[in-house]
Each structure stands twice: as C-alpha cells, then as structure tokens.
Design a protein around this ligand. Structure first.
Ligand SMILES: [Zn+2]
Length: 676
C-alpha cells in the first residue's frame, strides 16, 4: 500500500499528463509574478497566490490538466527523449542501452505499426479462440495475466498484512475497463454517457477485428454485461481505505472453494507460482461473483470479454484505427483534445517497462550528490518537527505517544534512486517488435512479482521509477520515498530561500511522514504490520479530529454541483495539513537559530512565513478540464489544488498571523480542524 503526494496515473501508460512546452512563460518554479495582488489573501489565498498563473495558463490540447508538476513531467520527458534517441542509435551499445533504445525505437516507428494492423495480436487472439471449454479458458486467462491485461480479477504479490516481512499472494477485484464501479452502476447523465462511450469503443474495436456490425454490437453487450456484474461485487474506494476490509487471509483450499468454476490450482500452475498454502483475497464477495459469472455466461461471451481486455490493452500499440478508438474513450473520460505526440507515449512506455534501466541514465545526467545530501538534512529536520509536534499534542496519552515515537523513529527514507538497480537481463527486447516487447516486458514484471511469493520482503525495492515526479509513503515498508524526478523546482529549488523550499519539498516530506499517522497509516505499526497500537481513548480522539477534516473537505464543490468526498480524500488531506504544520515548525527553527538577522529579512517584499505559504500554494496552481475534474473527484484520494491550498490555510492560525487575517474572513475557519 502506497500513498503518494500526487494524483497517480489511472491508465498506466496512456494517460501521463505531459507536454513539452510550458503553456505560459512563468515556468514551473516559484515566481512572485504568479500572484494576483488584486485578490485579498485572507479571502481566497489560492486565487491570490495563483491568480496570475491561472490567467496566463491555457491547458495544452494534448493534456487533461496543467500544473507545475505537469510542467516538470514534460521537462523530464524531453530529457528522457534525448537519452533514448542516443541509446537507439549508437553502434557499440551496452546491454542496457540496447534494451531501452530498441524498445523506444520499436515504439516510435509508427509506420511499421500501421503496416502490421492487428497482425501482432493475432497469435494471442488465436490462442484464446482455441479454448474449447471453461477450464482451457482459465489457462488462457493465466497467460494473459502474465503478459499484462487483467481480465476478471487482479493477481499480485505484496507483503502479508500481519507479517510485513513476508510476501504472499493476493487476489483482488478488477476486470473493469472504466475507472470505477460507479461508472457501471450510477444512472446520472454523465455515467450513462460514459457507458455509451465504452460501448461504442468496444463496438469499433471488434469491427476492426473483422466482426460485422451485428456481431460487434453483440460483443459490446457481452462486455458491458460481464463488467457490470463484476462492478456490482466491487468494493467502493472509500470502504477500501480501511485495510481491515481487505484483510482476508485464507488457505488455498478455502479460496478454491469460493470459486470452484475458476480452477484455481490450474491457474497457479499456469503462472508457475511457487508452492504456498495461504493467500489474501482482498474482497471474497468479488471472487464469488467471478465464480457466478463463469457459471452463468456462455463460453463464447466469456471469450469475447477476455479478448476485449487483450484488445484494449494492445490498442495503443496497434495501427492508427485502434489508437484512435482508444484515444476517443480517453477523451470522453478526460476531455483531452488531442492525443500526445507519439514520442511522448513511447518515452512513457519505456519508463513503464524498463524504468530502472532508463532511470540509471536519467540519474547520471541529472542527479548530483549535493541534491541527496541536502534532502537528507531536510528529512531529518522534518522528522524532528513531527516528533516534537506529536509529543506536544494535548489530546494524546503518553502511552500512545511512546508508540508513535517508535514508529516515527523506524521510518526509513529513500532519496533519488535505488541502491540496487533492477536486473533486466532476462527481458528480451527485439528491434521492430513493439507489441512483442510490450508483452515480454509485462511478462518479465509479472514473473518477478510471482517469484516473490513466500519470500522475505525486499526492502531495497522501489515502487516508483527515478524520473517520476511524485513521492510516496509505504505502510508495509514504513518508509518515505522521493524519486530524483521530484527534487526540482517548484518543489526543490537550490536558488531559492529556505522559506520557499520548506513550503515546497518540506511540506511534501512532512506530508509523506504524516501518512504513517493518517486514517490508514495509523493502523500499521513500526514494522508495517496491521496492528492497533493506540489506546481506545486516543483512537476516539483521533477519529473525532479526522471527522472534522472529512466534513471540512466534503463541503468543497469541485465542479458544477459535484462535492469532494471528504472520506475518500481524508488521508491525503490529513497529510497536507500535518505536512504544512511540521514543515513550518522546521522553518521557524532555522529562522530562530539564525544570529545574523538575514534569515528573517523580507524577499520580494514578503516575510519568510509569507513566502512559505506562497511556496506551498505555488506547487498546487492547477487547471483541469471539467471531464477530468469529475473523474478525479470520484476516484482520486487527493483533493484538487484549490482545496489542497485553501483547505489547509483555513485551519492554520500561523497562516492568519502571517497575513494579518481576522476572524470572520474566509481563510479563518471558525471551526479549524487539526489532527497533527
Ligand atoms: Zn499523499
């Protein structure tokens, strides 16, 4: 379980919001030119700090949103493109450059993809067509799970919730094409429209495979019907936040008995899983539903559904008509106007499949030892502040404080890039074979996951690639991780004063640390085990304070009449509030220790405290297309930038003091919430 600072990408390789040129000349870094001085900071701080940025920014046509971190991702893309072009051309290449260069080269060759049409996928479709009964279908599903697409459910390995040092197998809900269960079950106009868009997408793709109009329409009906059945048994995202709802370790025999129609032993043999006796079924009701679907649906409908998942997964890497149909669906969900340039899609593809090979070259080019040393100092300062903050809490008993300190002291940190790089030597990359490379990369990763079952947890492993502009906290590892990609402006800027950097990367560090103590993180102990280490009374006090935050954010309107889900976003909002508080505490300590008087001086006319809050807001200046906003509000645990800023400001007396705000003004909440 990982909790990141930013919105993750929901369609893995398809949707990284990237663009090579900034849509305004303000750049991604901190700049007082983004401030709109006609706005009162005590009335709407986000509008004040980002107002001129918002006026100057148009979302580029190939994007669903624009923000400083998207700008940063775009800049990284350009760097990565340079690396990949060099790697794809050289004569005397290293094995690493051969892999990343040839994968990229096979991807950017658009004319080859167009010439081949559906050709590269035909062997996979034939394998599926040859399945004579439902048992044989399970063999094909196992194979498809290995190469990438995930029809029916998700299978993976992860650490045991109660014995975090040990990796076990997981079966989890999945098998949907739309982003969430609600998309199949809700009857409002938008959801009905998106189901129609999916139905058209499926119809188009099956027509492209050679079905006539009637057959293709029938295929679409089967896909929608089966996915709706799976959606009905899927747990909603808010319920999934509670790890107890996903904690169902069972014997292999009991799991097989949940879904006798699935031939589980055959599946495990097919994927060459090591011997094991227990696994976790995150949502047993869902797996029972898989069983029911297998019983009720005729073999042909099931084959149609499974082939759809193959086609949908492969569509972005087939010929133009498939790419277009796939993008049209993406457009319906995000409002994006144009597809991203092919080279950008290809850079993302290589990052997804060979991220720690590409990442090695990226780190060599961009990441210096000084960056790591400065980050280590910042992390130490933030850990100290959070410790001080927790020890000073009036609502928490000494027993729970003691336990919290044990957990905080045990948090490890990873900065920049892994100490041990992943070994890709078993992955064969063939020049000119895009889809083959894509499936082999998928299979390499799946086999790596399967091989971990029954082994001790590899604590050196990273869950994000080095160029990623993001950061995360992992509950089972009890660690915070900052890839090299995020250690750049506006998060981290060597040329800026401490105040701006503490408002940027300082808050991000505090945010990740706080995740260890949010509504989910607090349920795990220092070793990453699901164990309640709180006294009952302290647990109740926590819940009371967390509810205040949930209610606050539930009152914010994101788009039209759509309000935020304060329970879905509770962990992130708690982390934003806690992160801001402990980062400001760390800054105040530095200011107090300064004997020269220089640290407290105004810069650009702003005090260090004011610059801290401006640096904070700068990170979250953001524009989203309404379709995309709507999608994120239903599935993203992070709040939109406006509320990530104002939601925190309203709760902080330190903010009111820095800007001279008075009771009754909008940025001064009469019912200020505080957990940490
Ligand atoms: Zn987070």
């Amino acid at each position: 379980m990982r909790f990141s600072i930013l919105t993750a990408t929901f369609f893995s390789l398809l949707m990284l919001p990237l663009f090579s040129q900034s849509p305004n000349d303000l750049g991604p870094g901190f700049n007082v030119a983004t401030i709109d001085k006609t706005v009162d900071p005590c009335v709407d701080f986000y509008q004040y700090a980002c107002g001129n940025w918002l006026k100057a920014t148009e979302i580029p046509p190939d994007q669903s949103a624009w923000a400083s971190f998207v700008d940063l991702r775009e800049r990284n893309l350009a760097t990565l493109r340079g690396i990949l072009e060099k790697a794809s051309a050289g004569a005397q290449r290293s094995a690493l450059d051969q892999k990343i260069g040839d994968y990229y080269g096979s991807c950017v060759d658009e004319s080859a993809a167009n010439r081949q049409g559906l050709g590269p996928l035909k062997p996979e479709l034939a394998l599926l067509a040859a399945a004579q009964d439902k048992a044989a279908l399970v063999d094909v599903i196992a194979h498809i799970h290995l190469i990438g697409p995930n029809p029916l459910f998700n299978f993976y390995s992860s650490s045991d919730l109660h014995n975090s040092g040990q990796v076990i197998a997981y079966i989890d809900q999945g098998g949907l094409s739309l982003p969430d269960r609600d998309y199949y079950l809700k009857d409002d106009e938008k959801m009905v429209g998106l189901r129609k868009a999916l139905s058209e997408y499926v119809t188009t793709v099956f027509t492209l495979t050679g079905q006539n109009a009637e057959q293709a329409a029938e295929s679409a009906k089967s896909v929608l019907r089966i996915e709706t059945e799976l959606a009905k048994a899927s747990m909603d995202r808010t319920a999934r936040r509670d790890p107890k709802n996903r904690d169902h370790k069972m014997s292999r025999t009991d799991v097989a008995a949940l879904a006798p129609n699935f031939y589980l032993d055959r599946y495990f043999k097919d994927i060459a899983a090591p011997a094991f006796t227990e696994l976790n079924v995150s949502n047993p009701e869902f797996f029972k539903q898989v069983n029911a679907v297998l019983a009720e649906e005729p073999l042909d409908s099931l084959k149609t559904y499974v082939s759809w998942h193959l086609l949908n997964g492969a569509a972005p890497w087939l010929s133009q008509p498939f790419v277009d149909a796939n993008f049209k669906m993406q457009q319906a969900l995000t409002g994006q106007k144009e597809i991203r340039a092919r080279w950008k899609r290809c850079v993302s593809l290589v990052d997804g499949g060979l991220g720690e090979a590409l990442g090695q070259r990226y780190v060599e080019e961009t990441f210096g030892a000084d960056g790591k040393a400065r980050m280590l100092k910042l992390v130490a300062a933030l850990e100290q502040s959070l410790d001080q903050d927790i020890q000073g809490l009036e609502w928490m008993s000494p027993e729970t404080k003691q336990q919290a300190k044990v957990k905080l002291d045990a948090i490890r940190n990873k900065i920049g890039y892994p100490d041990v790089w992943r070994d890709y030597s078993a992955l064969k990359i063939v020049p000119g074979d895009l889809l083959g490379n894509y499936f082999r990369a998928g299979e390499f990763e799946s086999k790596r996951q399967v091989a971990k079952i029954g082994k001790p947890l590899d604590r050196k492993e990273w869950g994000m690639t080095p160029p990623t502009v993001n950061a995360y906290y992992s509950g089972s590892y009890n660690e915070i991780v900052f890839p090299a990609g995020i250690l750049q402006p506006p998060f981290f800027d060597k040329t800026m004063d401490d105040a701006v950097n503490f408002g940027g990367i300082g808050v991000v560090i505090g945010h990740e640390l706080t995740h260890g103590f949010d509504d989910q993180g607090r349920k795990f102990d220092a070793q990453g085990n699901l164990r309640d280490w709180w006294t009952e009374a302290d647990g109740k006090e926590f819940e009371k304070r967390a509810s205040c935050i949930a209610d606050e954010y539930s009152s914010f309107t994101a788009v039209d009449d759509l309000k935020l889900n304060g329970r879905l976003t509770l962990g992130e909002n708690t982390a934003d509030n806690g992160g801001a508080r402990v980062s400001l505490m760390a800054l105040e300590k530095i200011l107090a220790a300064d004997t020269t008087g220089k640290a407290g001086e105004k810069v650009d006319g702003y005090t260090p405290q004011q610059r801290f809050f401006l640096g904070f807001a700068r990170v979250w200046c953001e524009k989203r297309r309404p379709e995309y906003q709507r999608m994120l509000v239903s599935i993203d645990p992070h709040s939109p930038g406006r509320f990530r800023t104002n939601g925190v400001m309203q709760n902080m007396p330190e903010f009111q003091k820095a800007w001279g705000c008075k009771a009754g003004q909008p940025m001064v909440s009469a019912n200020a919430c505080r957990v940490w």
